[in-house]
Design a binder for this molecule. Structure first.
Ligand SMILES: Cc1cc2nc3c(=O)[nH]c(=O)nc-3n(C[C@H](O)[C@H](O)[C@H](O)COP(=O)(O)OP(=O)(O)OC[C@H]3O[C@@H](n4cnc5c(N)ncnc54)[C@H](O)[C@@H]3O)c2cc1C
Length: 372
């Protein structure tokens, strides 16, 4: 198959774009790298989350809001196509507040975000402790929990099932996928791109670079200088419990299998995937402060993943000016944004240009004029 478009990177971002392209009848080839690569998609917490996002960049609120709106239909379509169950629920989500100061600070933060975006009705509310107890009747709250912010449009899903279903969806729509297919070089060949792999080469008129932390070296070959850094996130997982958390919280969610995920840390540790006892004790202490009964929970797993971070933490979507037909897509909330990537971003790549909506996400926002 001679592909119309090659997507480089088979994590959640590349897979969602590849799925969206295949769905639009493009001949897609998704290339994924080797076993030793950094894979944020496999460390994910599983939140499909809107509340609190976008301080300083209203366009990011709009982007996240659009994706959250698309998620139900997107999930239903993939589930029907692949016979998967993404365990997607969007009954709302909470951020616990500790003490009166914590409650007021959270309110002020969300109000600031709300004022930045529009005058529309807020899709969140602050709820006091007694309202929170009604939302979580089976969970005994710690004494310093003063309440929470409740986001009506937040939810969660199983991120690994999502990733597998996206890969499967590409195949079902007639696309192809190769793993252990690290792209070493990208060259121009007339109006095509020639991608050099360890065992041969592939040619296509369009490429999308969505290779997470591996994107820096690739994007520079098509004239796009993308500043990225790894940010480590560690997650703990407990034994299974009877359902007691009907809603996910930021940092604490019960999965469909009954385990509780706790996390994730935000650490500037470079390219270091170690798990640490310090992180485990910090996360455990915080959890027990919120829900004292978790003190007896057995931890069954701990892992670390590296987030794909830009300097302002917001995504980069760009098309190369020097190499038309080469796109880059990088972000750190790949599950939340999966629906948008599969729909709107894939459509724009097929159209051959990113519309104005994407302008605030171009990496030129990081260009600093050189000092004279
Ligand atoms: C601890 C943690 C918790 C998170 N929680 C959430 C959450 O709750 N909700 C949410 O929305 N997001 C969350 N995220 C973020 C989410 O996981 C990432 O946004 C997403 O997985 C990034 O996906 P990606 O596809 O860009 O990168 P990755 O998953 O890192 O994938 C990049 C892929 O590119 C491939 N690659 C690299 N170089 C090459 C090359 N040269 N040739 C071919 N292939 C290459 C690699 O093999 C890899 O598979 C979390 C991340 C972490 C670390």
């Amino acid at each position: 198959m001679r592909p119309d478009i090659i997507v480089i990177g088979g994590g959640t971002v590349g897979a969602a774009i590849g799925y969206g392209l295949a769905r639009l009848k493009q001949r897609v080839m998704l290339l994924d790298g080797g076993d030793g690569d950094y894979r944020a998609a496999q460390a994910n917490f599983g939140l499909v989350w809107l509340q609190g996002k976008g301080i300083g960049l209203p366009a990011y609120q709009g982007l996240t809001s659009a994706s959250v709106d698309l998620w139900r239909e997107f999930a239903g379509e993939i589930e029907a196509l692949c016979g998967a169950d993404l365990a997607y629920e969007n009954n709302g989500g909470i951020v616990f507040c500790m003490g009166e100061d914590g409650f007021e600070n959270r309110r002020a933060q969300l109000l600031r975000l709300h004022n930045q975006w529009s005058g529309a009705e807020p899709d969140w509310e602050m709820i006091d402790r007694s309202a929170l107890e009604k939302l979580l009747p089976k969970a005994r709250l710690g004494k310093s929990v003063s309440g929470a912010s409740f986001g009506r449009r937040d939810g969660h899903a199983n991120p690994l099932r999502l990733l597998m279903a996206l890969h499967e969806g590409i195949i079902r729509h007639g696309g192809a996928m190769r793993s252990h297919a690290t792209v070493r070089r990208i060259e121009r060949s007339g109006t095509d791109f020639r991608l050099l792999l360890d065992d041969g080469e592939l040619v296509a008129p369009r490429i999308v670079i969505a290779a997470g932390l591996g994107s820096v070296a690739l994007a520079s070959q098509v004239g796009l200088d993308v500043p990225l850094r790894p940010q480590r996130g560690q997650v703990l997982v407990t034994e299974r419990f009877e359902p007691f958390m009907p809603l996910p919280a930021s940092g604490l969610r019960q999965t469909g299998e009954g385990t509780v995920m706790i996390g994730a840390t935000q650490e500037e540790a470079g390219f270091d995937l170690s798990t640490t006892s310090d992180a485990a004790s910090r996360l455990s202490r915080k959890t027990v402060e919120i829900m004292p009964d978790m003190a007896g929970a057995k931890l069954v797993r701990q892992w670390a993943g590296l987030r794909v971070m830009t300097p302002d933490s917001y995504p980069i979507y760009a098309q190369s000016a020097t190499h038309p037909g080469a796109f880059v897509a990088l972000c750190h909330s790949g599950v939340t944004l999966a629906a948008f990537h599969a729909r709107e971003l894939a459509r724009s790549v097929v159209d051959g240009a990113l519309p104005d909506f994407f302008t605030p996400f171009h990496q030129r926002r990081f260009d600093v004029p050189k000092a004279a």
